[in-house]
Design a protein around this ligand. Structure first.
Ligand SMILES: Cc1cc2nc3c(=O)[nH]c(=O)nc-3n(C[C@H](O)[C@H](O)[C@H](O)COP(=O)(O)OP(=O)(O)OC[C@H]3O[C@@H](n4cnc5c(N)ncnc54)[C@H](O)[C@@H]3O)c2cc1C
Length: 321
């Protein structure tokens, strides 16, 4: 495997880019392949990412991280990885064969999967969706921006805002209850006719969250508000809508390798980010954990250091003890 990369990283979000910089600084030959749909690119401005008192735009963070990785010699490529196969099963003498969507194959001693997840979206046109996201009338991550959605960043303090959560299952109920940290008026909406179970209703009632059993059929976004039309025609106005419809994990590559996923199709790793197959590692949202930039970066630091040390061991560069 003379032409082999030490590590191919699949995914160029905060996890992949952090690992790339670490590995390059461990003087490893690294290729990062990214399909260009990082969730971080959707962040208008993050205020909970440490080190940026005025907040940071997701795109700027990604751009700066890519510049940093390239500066230490990481090869960055746009593209989509279609398959990862173990080298010994594909005629090579170890490591992995990585196949791109266009058919090109590449070799690596180690592979880091940092492919992230994709939020399920409500039925809203793409341009309306993106404008509402930029305006803060549509949000996806209460942990990230519930503070701003509740108005706590303004001079008069918060609490008065009206927040709607869309998704009347356990996930939506949990998100609505969480948002009571920030707002007095929280309403749980549903996209399909369904009723909550007795325990959910009791929890919501106790917390002062209202809920609608009439499905929401349309969403109209203005500069600072969203009007939701229910299926009987009634309109309700909110300051912010949080879809809580779950997400789809980009875990096909791991599934192809026959590895286990959790019930949300996320990857389970050990505490060194290993996947139970020699040379394979994972980091970021794709791993079953809290979906946050700081967690993705933490996973990546651990994964990159494990990869370097595992390679050192394979190269006979560690003591035999
Ligand atoms: C609207 C919004 C606001 C958010 N705000 C915050 C915030 O303020 N603070 C915070 O900490 N977190 C926030 N988050 C969460 C944060 O964006 C994620 O936790 C973070 O982006 C995860 O990084 P990642 O590298 O694991 O995945 P991602 O950033 O999603 O990157 C994964 C990358 O892998 C690529 N990929 C997938 N499959 C393949 C393949 N087969 N081949 C090649 N490439 C592939 C994708 O195209 C993508 O570019 C927010 C999320 C959203 C949606």
């Amino acid at each position: 495997m003379e032409d082999s990369y030490d590590c191919i990283i699949v995914g160029g979000g905060p996890a992949g880019l952090t690992a790339a910089t670490y590995l390059a600084r461990y003087r490893r030959r690294v290729l990062l392949i990214d399909a260009g749909s990082s969730r971080a690119a959707m962040i208008p401005r993050s205020h909970n990412h440490a080190g940026y008192p005025d907040g940071v735009e997701g795109l700027r963070l990604l751009r700066d991280m890519a510049v940093q990785a390239a500066q230490f010699g990481v090869e960055l490529r746009n593209g989509c990885v279609a398959k990862i196969a173990r080298g010994d099963e594909a005629g090579a003498d170890g490591g992995f064969i990585v196949t791109l969507a266009e058919g090109e194959t590449l070799q690596a001693h180690a592979v880091l999967i940092a492919t992230g997840v994709v939020n399920r979206r409500p039925p809203i046109e793409d341009d309306v969706h993106d404008a509402a996201l930029a305006a803060g009338t549509l949000r996806y991550c209460p942990i990230c921006d519930g503070y701003e959605a509740g108005g706590w960043d303004g001079e008069s303090g918060g609490g008065e805002r009206r927040i709607a959560v869309l998704g009347a299952d356990g996930h939506g109920v949990a998100e609505a209850l969480f948002l009571k940290t920030y707002a007095d008026h929280v309403t749980l909406l549903t996209l399909i006719a369904c009723d909550l179970d007795e325990h959910d209703r009791a929890d919501l009632k106790r917390a002062g969250v209202t809920w609608e059993t009439r499905p929401a059929s349309a969403f109209a976004f203005a500069d600072t508000a969203v009007t939701v039309t229910l299926d009987d025609g009634e309109e309700q106005r909110f300051d912010t809508l949080y879809p809580a419809l779950g997400s789809n994990a980009n875990s096909e590559l791991v599934e192809q390798l026959g590895l286990d996923l959790d019930e949300e199709r996320c990857i389970m790793t050990d505490r060194h980010q290993r996947l139970g197959m020699k040379g394979l590692y994972a980091a970021g949202d794709i791993v079953a954990a809290l979906d946050q930039i700081s967690v993705a970066m933490g996973h990546a630091a651990i994964a990159a250091t494990t990869i370097h040390n595992d390679l050192r061991k394979a190269e006979g560069k560690t003591p035999d003890r």
